[in-house]
Design a protein around this ligand. Structure first.
Ligand SMILES: Nc1ncnc2c1ncn2[C@@H]1O[C@H](COP(=O)(O)OP(=O)(O)OP(=O)(O)O)[C@@H](O)[C@H]1O
Length: 340
């Protein structure tokens, strides 16, 4: 008998009786299938209900997070409104309304499924990419790295170059990193400027930052060819791809426009253009740095200084910010108007 056979025989003699004992039905609480562990026998009824509630809560929580991250929260509000309407109709016994809703709701659901197909797609992409059992931890980014990236953006604006800088949060964006050239480099200002400022092979596409390292450069972000919202109609593919990424994932993206020299920040399904540098830094700090670290770093004095700087910059920006009319007219007309 070889050592493997000996091990198997030992496992059989030791473990089999243990398993049999474990899965024997509890006395007085006979389980017809005999599949309930004996030590759980007494509490199985409560345990099963608690487990179901836990699993359901977890699924609802994950579903809600996917909805928020996919920017399709309005969809949930719409469905909830119909549910509330139903409830009111049932409580007040509004027979006609109930009859009407009974007739309309199934058709409405079909129409919703067709019209909101892109939103549904995003929700499922979100769930698929994150995974239901994804461990929730915030991707750590250093304050220094954030400062470096914003500084690099400012330098690139001066050089009239564009850039796409993606910060990962919980989603590590492996599917995006795979499309580029792996770097695993320290994100220094000079390196990022060198990547985007010259027509080298890596200047096209995006860099992806993961745990305060540049995971890859030259990455391709997704683009929805059917996207036709106002922002995307006026923007080129760089801005559209950033929008699509923050709709599908929880990433935060810095976009430097080669054309206009604007630095925009995209996150949570929205693109924020016309932000001041202080506001961008403030937002990145809020979005990417762990709360505990921020609290530690920001003593009361520094926090007041930040608030002061934030509002100062905000006021200055508000004065400089173009009106909706000026945005629609475009930069050439604006300059002409300004010049008289
Ligand atoms: N899907 C994408 N993924 C990554 N990078 C992209 C993608 N689409 C475009 N880019 C980058 O954006 C660059 C400029 O694209 P385009 O001019 O269409 O965008 P834009 O939004 O008008 O930006 P800009 O205001 O800088 O001109 C491309 O050369 C490429 O480097």
């Amino acid at each position: 008998m070889g050592p493997l056979d000996q091990l198997l025989a030992w496992l059989k003699t030791k473990l089999l009786p243990l398993f049999e004992a474990l899965f024997r039905p509890a006395s007085g609480n006979e389980d017809p299938d005999g599949a309930v562990p004996v030590f759980l026998g007494e509490f199985w009824g409560y345990g099963a209900s608690a487990l179901s509630v836990l699993v359901l809560s977890y699924l609802l929580y994950k579903g809600y997070k996917a909805l928020v991250a996919s920017g399709a929260l309005e969809l949930l509000y719409g469905i909830l409104s119909i549910g509330i309407l139903y409830l009111i109709a049932a409580v007040l016994r509004l027979e006609f309304l109930i009859w009407l809703l009974d007739g309309i709701v199934p058709t409405l659901l079909v129409i919703l499924a067709v019209v909101l197909q892109p939103e549904f797609r995003r929700i499922f992409v979100q769930i698929g990419r994150q995974g239901m059992l994804h461990h929730s931890h915030r991707n750590h980014q250093d304050l220094q790295v954030i400062n470096n990236m914003v500084e690099a953006c400012e330098l690139l604006v001066e050089m009239s170059r564009g850039a796409l800088i993606v910060f990962c949060r919980e989603n590590m964006l492996r599917h995006i990193v795979r499309t580029g050239t792996s770097l695993n480099a320290v994100p220094g200002t000079e390196l990022v400027v060198s990547l985007f400022a010259f027509d080298t092979p890596l200047h096209d596409g995006a860099i992806v930052l993961n745990h305060s390292r540049i995971a890859a450069a030259g990455c391709i972000l997704p683009i929805d060819p059917e996207e036709k919202t106002l922002i995307t109609m006026k923007s080129g593919t760089r801005h559209r791809s950033a929008m699509e990424l923050v709709r599908e994932t929880d990433a935060v993206v810095l976009v430097v426009s080669e054309e206009s020299g604007h630095i925009s920040l995209a996150f949570d399904g929205e693109m924020h253009s016309h932000l001041g540098i202080a506001e961008i830094l403030e937002e990145l700090d809020r979005l990417l740095i762990h709360k505990k670290e921020r609290r530690k770093r920001l003593g009361l004095g520094r926090m007041l200084l930040q608030v002061w700087r934030f509002f100062g910059e905000n006021n200055k920006r508000r004065k400089e910010r173009p009106t909706q009319k000026e945005i629609e007219e475009g930069p050439e007309n604006r300059n002409r108007t300004e010049g008289g």
